[in-house]
Each structure stands twice: as structure tokens, then as C-alpha cells.
Design a protein around this ligand. Structure first.
Ligand SMILES: Cc1cc2nc3c(=O)[nH]c(=O)nc-3n(C[C@H](O)[C@H](O)[C@H](O)COP(=O)(O)OP(=O)(O)OC[C@H]3O[C@@H](n4cnc5c(N)ncnc54)[C@H](O)[C@@H]3O)c2cc1C
Ligand SMILES: *[C@@H]1O[C@H](CO)[C@@H](O)[C@H](O)[C@H]1NC(C)=O
Length: 634
């Protein structure tokens, strides 16, 4: 009991720091979690934040996010390798564990709090014309921030990567790595050849659903789509979301891959360690160490074998450029000595979509903040790990559909839907409006009139944008935010496909099955689109340019490609061109964005990357020995 009291106090402190007063029930939630689950909160299972560190390691991994946590876990399987994981953020906490509170993590101290540059083409309804780009600054990285949706992308994506000159990255080869991580808990998928059990990463449906998601899947069938496992044989279809959750809590990569191996002697995790540069010997052109700042003190740790950069698609290019690897003219412009001229920070791609499409209903079945925050719901979660608080950041269903622009002769949909039993109005403007960065003018005109009314939404998302953006340094100061130019909708096809996606989403909402809820499109015009006739293509285009919504999937900024590709930063074994002992393994290496949410693909990249390292450093007999040892364990 003494112990649980300590948990309550420290958790309360972190909650108050984190949330302010926006959710008055949070302290009760944490007190309850600590009281009822203090046995499960097992303090022994937390990661050890290692002090002091050795002066050198075999491998140093920068960033403990979706990819970095996987790599650290897998490399430390080799007992005579010493591994250091450097992470800028702290450990996860009780709030990050609660699936329904995903959006409440944004704009807190656990967020890097990036914003993209304003253009006249997108994000026009946001403050200053700038969309927020949250990223997790915490062990587990953006897998602690994300909406937990488990989606692998389309087979063609990976076959395309391979056809660009990246052997080993075709679908048949990467499927092995998707399955290696997975522990699927839904019996209906456990027998599928596309899924696996027994991996570190728990995947399952939320134990709680609204009738709206059932209707969503049914509506898809009415429109001629199939209800299918979109991670299986084919992608086109509708489905109840699969998520990375475990017993009703978020299953981040830190929880999945690091907590389970925390007692290994050969892995050190250092939190609150902000990497400022990779140390490269210009004579041998080899990465020999990493410089970072921890608790205000600058340190350098040396790498005996390799430095692995896994800081994500924004920070990996930033750190490369700070280390002298990047476009020569840009580095000279910010005053950084050039070590290697490479197209770092180019090729930025993201999934952009339409936010704010809202359907009003006349039954109390959606998630409305008043009802949602009721104490009984909270206690059901606290005691049983079930109920609405286990919803995957609100996204209950997803679908992959074909607009008129898609290639209908193959299974390669061009638009994804996220379906949520709520919309921007559902929390009366408390949090969703803020994380989007929506202006008061737009909120007050369009959504305030329906505050707390029952609604649901579909977000149509563009799967394969043609537009490309950039990441550039603002200055040579490693603590300055980089300049992010997402460059959304610079290619007119991107907006044209989304307009079709919006119309398809409305068709879904008009299916017979939604009549029982009295589902009706919310028709108040956006202030910036008043001059256009509601419901026309021009109107939807205007809406999309105003409430442009990223689903937070930046990739591609340290592109993988063959030596013949002048825009490639890493080779197909993820080694940085021209610099020995340095790899990038994270979302940055994707040559083209995969057709679906990026977390599972990045975990796959981490798994495969770790195997590439093992292949390069171990003789095949040692690898076989290690594999046998692992097989004996499982
Ligand atoms: C709000 C949100 C919702 C999302 N929803 C989903 C979803 O539902 N499903 C899905 O599949 N994907 C989702 N994503 C995307 C997915 O989570 C990311 O694509 C994935 O986590 C990226 O993995 P990564 O390893 O490349 O980077 P990250 O996971 O971001 O890891 C990078 C790590 O490096 C650390 N780091 C950065 N700079 C430094 C430095 N200088 N020194 C030390 N450490 C540093 C960071 O703190 C972080 O821990 C979402 C993302 C966000 C932000
Ligand atoms: C559609 O895909 C098929 C099969 O890959 C291909 O042969 C055809 O050229 C594609 N059509 C278009 C319009 O891209």
C-alpha cells in the first residue's frame, strides 16, 4: 500500500504537468489505475535509465522510437555486443498508456511540437496557415503518440521498392519481418498465413465498439466492397481496426521490444539524451561516435562498430545535416562543414487528408465528451481494462477504396478512410480543435453550433501523394526546430483524388444502414469557402485545402536506393553512401510512402535492418547458432 501511494503521487504530478486542467477526471483515472492495477504496474518492468555510461559501445542507436526500440532489442540478442540506445525524451507514463487519450499527448512536453511552413495551398483553416506536426519525444517515440492502428500497406508498395533497385525489399521478403514482430490476439486472424502469434508486438481489435463502426463496415458491403483483413491477401475493403494494444493499454515499441529484455546486461538505455551530432572522422570517412547533451552536460560516446540513426523522418535528416551529411549548398548556407554531399531532407512524403467532414446522427451512440468522461466509464477501464477508453484514438474502422483515378485492374486502392464515432465538435472544442490548430473563427462558425451533438466522421486520406516536400536546417544550432516544408497539394492530382475520396465518403454515409441513426451531412459552410456552392467539387477542394489533415506519416527524407540513384542517401542495406559505420533505419528510408499507416512498416524496417546488421557482422555459423538459440526459447 505504501508503494501504491507513491505511485499515486508521482503519477498525479506527471498528469497535472501534462494535462493542465482540461480533463478534470484524469487525476481520478490515475489514482484508480494505481489502486486497482498496482500489481500490474510492476515497477520492475520499467526501463532502467542508465547512469553513468561506458565510454564506448559496439553499437549506438540514436532514437528509441518505432524503429530504434526494435533495433536495440534485436542487436542486444547477441550477448557479446554492447548496445547503447540514446533517446531525447523520458519514459512513458500512465496517460500515454490509455488508448483513448492519444490526442491529449500532443502539445505536451512529450511532443517535439513541430509546425510546417505556411503555403497558400493547404492548412488554410489553421492558425497562421500552419498545420501541427506532432512527434513523440519519449522512449517508444511516435509509437507512444500514435493512434495505434495496425496497417501494413499494399503488396505493390514493397514490390515497387524492390523494382527501384532495392533487392530484398519485395513483399514476399518483408512479410517475414511483419510476422516476426506480431502477436495477433484475434482468433479469426491467428490461422491466417499473413499473421503470426508469439512476437513481441501485441495486435488486436479494441475490446469496445460503437454500433457506428458495424454500420460502416456494412455500408462498405452495400457499396460493393468486401469486409476483409486489409493486411492479408488483398487490401481493397472495409474492416474493424486492428491496433497495437495489450490488455486495453497501448503497446508501444518500448513496451513490446524493450521492457521485455530490460535485464540484459549488454544494453544500456539513456533517456533525456539529446543527440547533437554524429562524430565522423573525415580522413577515414567513418562514424566513430555520437555527441549528445544529457542533463545540460555535453558528452561524446564512441562507437566501435556502427552508429544507427533512428530519430525519425524529421530528426534523422536533421542530425545527418548537423553532422555534415546533406545537400552541399544548404550546409554551406547554414555554416556546417560538408563531409558528404547527399540528398538528405529531400523526398519528404506524408499522408494528407480531409478533416472535419461531419455526419450528424440522432441516436446517442457516438463518443461525446460529456458522456465519455463519466466516472463509471472511467472505472470500467481502470478495473477491467475495457470500455470506451480502449478505443484506438477514436478510429474504430478503416477502409481502402478506389476512386475513378485508381487502377481498377489491380488491387491498389488510392484512398484510405479512417472512420471515427466522433468529430471535431465532440469535445466542444477542448482538445481536437487545439491539436489541429484550427482557428477560432472556423471552429465558432462551423462546429460550435453543434458542440457535443452526436456525430461521426470519415477522414478520406490520400495514399500515394505525388507532391514532395523538404526538411532543412533553420540554423546550425541542434536545438532549433528544422524547417519543414510539407508542400501539400503542389501536384494537382493529389487534390483531385481527395475530392473524389470525399464524395465516396459521403456515399458511404448515405448507405441504407446509416438511416437507423438518422445520419445527415453537417452543411454549415466553412468561412473561407462561402463563395462556393456547398457539395460541388470546387467546394470540397476548398474544404480540403482549409481543413487539411495530416495523419502524421512523414517518410522518405533519407531515401533508400541503388548506387545508380543520385537521390539515394542509403543503400539497400541501409548504409549511408560514402560514410562507413553509419546506417539510417527508420521511416526516413522509404523511397515511396507505403499505402497505409506507417507504424507497422517502420517496425518491419527495424526488424529487417537489425538482421542486415547481424548478417554483416556475424559469420553465418554464428547467425545460425543465434537463430537456433531463439527457436529453443520460443
Ligand atoms: C499523432 C500520431 C498518430 C499516428 N497514428 C498512427 C497510427 O494510428 N498507425 C500507424 O501505423 N502510424 C501512426 N503514426 C505514425 C507512426 O507512429 C510513425 O510513422 C512511426 O512511429 C515512425 O517511427 P520512427 O522510428 O521513424 O520515428 P519515431 O517513432 O518518431 O522515433 C524517433 C525517436 O527518436 C528520438 N529523437 C529524435 N531526435 C533525437 C535526438 N536529437 N536525440 C535523441 N533522440 C532523438 C525521438 O524522441 C523518438 O523517440 C502516427 C504518428 C503520430 C505522431
Ligand atoms: C494498371 O495495372 C496494370 C497491371 O500492373 C498495368 O499493366 C496497367 O498499365 C495499369 N494501368 C494504368 C492506367 O496505370
Amino acid at each position: 500500500m505504501v508503494f501504491s501511494a507513491i505511485v499515486v503521487t508521482s503519477a498525479l504530478k506527471s498528469a497535472i504537468g501534462l494535462m493542465g486542467t482540461s480533463l478534470w477526471l484524469i487525476p481520478l483515472l490515475i489514482a484508480g489505475l494505481s489502486y486497482y492495477r498496482y500489481d500490474q504496474l510492476d515497477p520492475e518492468s520499467r526501463l532502467i535509465d542508465k547512469h553513468p555510461l561506458y565510454s564506448d559501445y559496439d553499437f549506438i542507436i540514436i532514437g528509441g522510437g518505432s524503429a530504434g526500440a526494435v533495433i536495440a532489442s534485436r542487436l542486444s540478442e547477441i550477448p557479446n555486443w554492447n548496445v547503447l540506445l540514446l533517446e531525447a525524451g523520458p519514459d512513458e507514463n500512465e496517460i500515454t498508456d490509455v488508448p483513448s487519450l492519444a490526442a491529449y499527448l500532443q502539445l505536451t512536453t512529450l511532443d517535439w511540437k513541430y509546425k510546417i511552413e505556411a503555403t497558400d495551398k493547404a492548412c488554410l483553416a489553421m492558425k497562421g496557415g500552419r498545420c501541427n506536426w506532432p512527434r513523440g519525444k519519449v522512449i517508444g517515440g511516435s509509437s507512444v503518440f500514435n493512434y495505434m492502428l495496425y496497417v501494413r500497406g499494399n503488396k505493390q508498395d514493397y514490390d515497387h521498392w524492390e523494382s527501384l533497385g532495392n533487392p530484398g525489399w519485395g513483399y514476399n521478403q518483408v512479410l517475414y519481418y511483419f510476422k516476426k514482430s506480431e502477436d495477433n490476439r484475434n482468433p479469426y486472424l491467428q490461422r491466417s498465413p499473413y499473421h503470426a502469434t508469439g512476437g513481441y508486438l501485441t495486435v488486436q481489435e479494441s475490446p469496445w465498439k460503437t454500433p457506428l463502426v458495424v454500420a460502416f463496415v456494412q455500408a462498405g458491403i452495400e457499396l460493393g466492397y468486401e469486409n476483409r483483413d486489409i493486411n492479408g491477401e488483398k487490401q481493397t475493403g472495409f474492416m474493424i481496426s486492428q491496433g497495437t494494444i495489450r490488455r486495453g493499454s497501448r503497446c508501444s515499441t518500448a513496451k513490446a521490444f524493450l521492457r521485455s529484455i530490460r535485464l540484459r546486461k549488454n544494453i544500456h538505455t539513456a533517456m533525456n539524451s539529446h543527440v547533437t551530432r554524429i562524430v565522423i572522422d573525415p580522413l577515414t570517412m567513418r562514424a566513430i561516435g555520437v555527441e549528445f547533451v544529457r542533463n545540460g552536460r555535453r558528452q561524446i560516446v564512441r562507437a566501435r562498430k556502427e552508429v544507427i540513426l533512428s530519430a525519425g523522418a524529421i530528426n534523422s535528416p536533421q542530425i545527418l545535416m548537423l553532422s555534415g551529411i546533406g545537400p552541399k549548398e544548404h550546409l554551406q548556407h547554414v555554416g556546417i562543414p560538408v563531409i558528404k554531399d547527399l540528398q538528405v531532407g529531400e523526398n519528404l512524403q506524408d499522408h494528407i487528408g480531409m478533416g472535419g467532414l461531419t455526419f450528424l446522427i440522432d441516436k446517442p451512440v457516438s463518443i461525446v465528451q460529456d458522456r465519455f468522461q463519466a466516472a463509471p466509464i472511467l472505472m470500467h477501464y481502470v478495473i477491467n481494462g475495457r470500455g470506451p477508453m480502449t478505443t484506438l484514438g477514436g478510429v474504430e474502422g478503416y477502409a481502402f477504396v478506389n476512386t475513378k483515378y485508381a487502377n481498377h485492374s489491380i488491387d491498389y486502392p488510392d484512398v484510405q478512410f479512417h472512420m471515427a464515432p466522433a468529430s471535431i465538435n465532440s469535445d466542444a472544442g477542448v482538445q481536437v480543435r487545439k491539436v489541429l490548430g484550427l482557428t477560432d473563427e472556423v471552429y465558432n462558425a462551423v462546429y460550435r453550433p453543434i458542440n457535443n451533438r452526436d456525430t461521426w466522421t470519415i477522414m478520406p486520406l490520400l495514399l500515394r501523394p505525388k507532391s514532395r516536400g523538404t526538411i532543412r536546417l533553420r540554423s546550425s544550432n541542434p536545438f532549433h526546430h528544422p524547417i519543414i516544408n510539407a508542400n501539400y497539394f503542389s501536384d494537382p492530382m493529389d487534390i483531385a483524388i481527395l475530392v473524389e475520396g470525399a464524395k465516396l465518403a459521403i456515399k458511404v454515409s448515405e448507405a441504407k444502414v446509416f438511416k437507423q441513426f438518422g445520419s445527415k451531412l453537417h452543411r454549415i459552410k466553412l468561412p473561407g469557402c462561402k463563395h462556393l456552392k456547398f457539395g460541388t467539387d470546387a467546394y470540397w477542394e476548398c474544404h480540403i485545402r482549409h481543413i487539411s489533415m495530416t495523419i502524421y506519416h512523414p517518410v522518405g527524407t533519407a531515401k533508400m536506393g541503388p548506387p545508380t540513384d543520385p537521390t539515394a542517401v542509403v543503400d539497400p542495406r541501409l548504409r549511408v553512401y560514402g560514410v562507413a559505420g553509419l546506417r539510417v533505419i527508420d521511416a526516413s528510408i522509404m523511397p515511396t510512402i507505403c499505402s497505409g499507416n506507417t507504424n507497422a512498416p517502420v517496425i518491419m524496417i527495424g526488424e529487417k535492418g537489425a538482421d542486415l546488421i547481424k548478417q554483416d557482422w556475424l559469420s553465418s555459423s554464428t547467425i545460425n547458432h543465434e537463430i537456433k538459440r531463439e527457436l529453443r526459447k520460443s
